[in-house]
Design a protein around this ligand. Sequence first.
Ligand SMILES: [Zn+2]
Length: 57
Amino acid sequence: MQVICCVCHKTKNHKGWAKQAARSGGRLSHGYCPQCYKQMMKRVENFFVMNGCGKSA
Ligand SMILES: [Zn+2]
């Protein structure tokens, strides 16, 4: 099963993550490449900060 980054659409191969077309007919698993994962985590952190989560009511 191939893993494709749902943000930048890179696919994972044996060498790592590369921008390439996913093999047709193969099963795809959507995930995040390390770069987009980092950005996503940053965004999630900002989201919680903006919404005041973590503060005691
Ligand atoms: Zn990505």
